[in-house]
Design a protein around this ligand. Structure first.
Ligand code: GDP
Length: 327
C-alpha cells in the first residue's frame, strides 16, 4: 500500500530512488500506479510557481544533442544547480530502443552528485510517453531539480509535444548543413526560441558557419515568434571545445529573465496546464474505449448489430453511450 504523504516527503528531500520509482509509476499503464501518482501530485500545491527552467533540446540524430546536454548540464551543475535530464522519443516505441539509453556521451554529467538522468520510456505511444514526461518534470521539480533538460529526437513527431511542456525550445543544427536548414519544417522553426549552429569548434569554424547563419536568419525574419517577449536568436557553439558556450548560457539566462519579468513564462505554464488537462481527458477516455472493446463481448455485439442490418453510425452512437455508462 502506497503512503502518498511519506513518498511526497521523501521526494521533497530529494531521494533519487523514490524519484525513479515515482517516474516508473507515471510511465506505467496500471491503474494502481496511476492512482498512486495522482495522490502524490495532489499533495503538491506549488502550482508551477517554482523558479525552475524547463528547456527542450531538439535536433536530428547525430547533431550532438547528448554531447550538448552533457556540456551544458555540467556547466550548470558546477554552479551548484540541480539538473535533471529527461527524454521524449516517439521512435523508441517503434524500435524498442531509447535515446539516452546509452549514456556514454553523458558520462561526465551522470557522475555528478546533483544530476539526475532518466532515459525515455521504451514502450507506449507518443501520447503515453508525453503524459509520463510531463509528470516526470513535475516530480523532478518537487525533488528540487532547478533545470530540466528534455531531449527530443528531431524527427517532427515529438517536437510539438515537448514544446507543450517546456518554457524554452532550443534547436541544434549542423553549422555546415545548409540543406538541413532548408529542410527544417516551418512548424519546428516556429517552436524554436534559440537556434544553435553546433560543432563550431573554434573561431576559424565560425567562417564556415556564415552561409548557414545567413540562411537561417532570413528564414527567422519571416516567422512568428513562439513567445511575445522573445525574438528567436542564432548562436554558434561547440560542446566538445566549449567554444561559444558562455554565450549560450547567457542567452538562456536572458530568456528566463525576460520570460519571468514579462509574466510570459507564468502565462505559458498556465496554458500548458489547461492543455495537459485536455490531453489527459482524451487519454483516459481513449483508454476506456479500448477497454470497452476488449471486454463485455463488444466486438461480438457489433458483429450481431451489423448482421441485423444496423448502420455503423447508429452502432457507434450506442457504444459511446455504453462507454460513458461503464466509466
Ligand atoms: P545526438 O545523436 O544528437 O545525441 O548526437 P551525439 O551527442 O551522440 O553526437 C554525435 C557525434 O557528434 C559524436 O561523435 C560526438 O562526439 C560529435 N560531437 C558532438 N558535439 C560536437 C562538437 O561540438 N564538435 C564536434 N567536432 N563534434 C561533436
Amino acid at each position: 500500500m502506497v503512503q502518498p504523504e511519506a513518498i511526497y516527503t521523501s521526494l521533497r528531500s530529494g531521494d533519487r530512488r523514490v524519484l525513479s520509482r515515482c517516474i516508473s509509476w507515471a510511465e506505467s499503464q496500471r491503474e494502481v500506479d496511476q492512482a498512486a501518482i495522482r495522490d502524490i501530485l495532489d499533495l503538491d500545491t506549488s502550482d508551477d510557481s517554482r523558479p525552475t527552467k524547463r528547456i527542450a533540446i531538439s535536433g536530428v540524430p547525430g547533431v550532438g544533442k547528448s554531447t550538448f546536454i552533457n556540456a551544458l548540464g555540467c556547466r550548470l551543475a558546477h554552479k551548484h544547480e540541480k539538473v535533471a535530464v529527461l527524454a521524449v522519443d516517439p521512435s523508441s516505441s517503434l524500435s524498442g530502443g531509447s535515446i539516452l539509453g546509452d549514456k556514454t556521451r553523458m558520462a561526465e554529467l551522470d557522475s555528478l552528485e546533483n544530476v539526475f538522468i532518466r532515459p525515455s520510456p521504451t514502450h507506449g505511444a507518443l501520447g503515453g510517453v508525453t503524459a509520463a514526461t510531463r509528470t516526470a518534470i513535475q516530480l523532478c521539480e518537487i525533488a528540487g531539480y532547478e533545470t530540466i533538460l528534455i531531449e527530443t529526437v528531431g524527427v517532427g513527431q515529438s517536437e510539438h509535444a515537448v514544446s507543450s511542456m517546456t518554457d524554452m525550445f532550443i534547436t541544434l543544427l549542423l553549422h555546415n548543413a545548409g540543406d538541413d536548414i532548408q529542410a527544417l519544417k516551418r512548424g519546428i522553426m516556429e517552436l524554436t526560441d534559440v537556434f544553435l549552429l553546433h560543432k563550431v569548434d573554434d573561431e576559424a569554424a565560425t567562417k564556415a558557419a556564415g552561409p548557414a547563419r545567413g540562411l537561417l536568419q532570413s528564414s527567422i525574419n519571416v516567422l512568428r515568434p513562439a513567445h511575445s517577449f522573445w525574438k528567436p536568436t542564432i548562436g554558434l557553439c561547440s560542446s566538445t571545445t566549449g567554444f561559444g558556450m558562455d554565450e549560450v548560457e547567457n542567452t538562456i539566462a536572458e530568456f528566463f529573465r525576460k520570460a519571468r519579468q514579462t509574466g510570459g513564462l507564468q502565462e505559458n505554464r498556465k496554458r500548458q496546464r489547461i492543455d495537459w488537462t485536455k490531453d489527459e481527458v482524451q487519454r483516459i477516455v481513449a483508454f476506456a474505449i479500448e477497454k470497452q472493446f476488449s471486454e463485455h463481448g463488444t466486438v461480438e455485439r457489433i458483429k450481431q448489430h451489423i448482421r441485423d442490418g444496423k448502420h455503423p453510425l447508429h452502432i457507434a452512437k450506442q457504444l459511446s453511450l455504453d462507454v460513458v455508462q461503464h466509466f
